[in-house]
Ligand binder design. Structure first.
Ligand code: NAP
Length: 243
């Protein structure tokens, strides 16, 4: 078994997840990337991580499919022996005003953004318990704390992640497993590419700019590697937005 820590990052082939994968790799972690895309699509991301001098592996599965998640996590443990860090990052938006939001739109976002954290954490945590250590980080959002018109499904899923984070921190602290959430503001990725006038949004942010995926990755690295005593926290990384 590798001496290096192993980090599993869901939705890790691009955007914030990929930046977190690179940051953890730069700090000596082997990386397991999950995504719903095929391995050929994820290959450039894997190559970039391997070029940093660590191992990187890819597991394709849908984080909202409980059976696929459990099968993949059991295989990861059989292949690599352990998972030290879990970043529940995969997420989607299906925005719309509440009155026009149909049940499919609601359920899909809740299942991918919140259900996935239950499925993946449930599959991984039993191995962390045996190892008597682990760090779990859930990618929430400032809208999970403050709400946002047009995002009832997304905001509810991200608020749910914060409740899950705090509860698991209480349940698993005695097992030396820490659970935290990161709440990004506007971050430049594919998810925010269609927002329209970025300057207008940026003007409302005290730091006067959108965040980068690397801004989020630095906080994830702190929670994963630099602290042994921070747990149950939901840390806003939003350039002061919502202050
Ligand atoms: P992104 O660029 O769209 O990346 C999301 C990743 O998740 C993609 O690789 C996507 O795969 C993957 N994914 C989606 N559904 C999946 C599924 N069912 N199973 C496995 N993987 C799946 O988004 P991002 O901006 O990096 O966002 C990452 C996380 O940060 C999300 O949870 C998001 O809600 C959160 N966040 C983002 C912002 C922001 O401003 N960008 C702000 C707050 C919170 P495909 O590309 O193949 O679909």
């Amino acid at each position: 078994m590798t001496e290096r820590k192993i980090a599993l990052i869901t939705g890790g082939s691009r955007g914030i997840g990929f930046a977190c994968a690179k940051e953890l790799a730069q700090n000596g972690c082997d990386i397991i990337i999950n995504d719903i895309c095929d391995e050929a699509t994820a290959k450039p991301a894997l190559d970039e991580i391997r070029a940093l001098g660590v191992d990187a592996w890819f597991y394709q599965f849908d984080v909202s499919n409980d059976a696929q998640v459990h099968e993949a996590v059991d295989k990861m443990i059989a292949d690599h022996g352990k998972i030290d860090i879990l970043l529940n990052n995969a997420g989607i938006t299906k925005d719309g005003l509440f009155l026009r939001m149909d049940a499919e739109q609601w359920e899909r976002v809740i299942k991918i953004n919140l259900g996935s954290a239950y499925y993946v954490t449930h599959a991984v945590i039993k191995y962390m318990m045996k190892a008597r250590q682990g760090s779990i980080i859930n990618m929430s959002s400032i809208v999970g704390v403050h709400g946002n018109a047009g995002q009832a499904n997304y905001s509810a899923s991200k608020a749910g992640l914060i409740g899950l984070t705090k509860t698991l921190a209480k349940e698993f602290g005695s097992r030396n497993i820490r659970v935290n959430a990161v709440c990004p503001g506007f971050i430049q990725t594919a998810m925010t590419a269609n927002l329209g006038n970025i300057e207008e949004y940026a003007a409302a942010i005290p730091m006067k700019r959108f965040g980068t995926p690397e801004d989020i990755a630095k906080v994830v690295k702190f929670l994963a590697l630099d602290t042994d005593y921070v747990t149950g926290q939901a840390i806003e990384v939003a350039g002061g937005l919502m202050l």
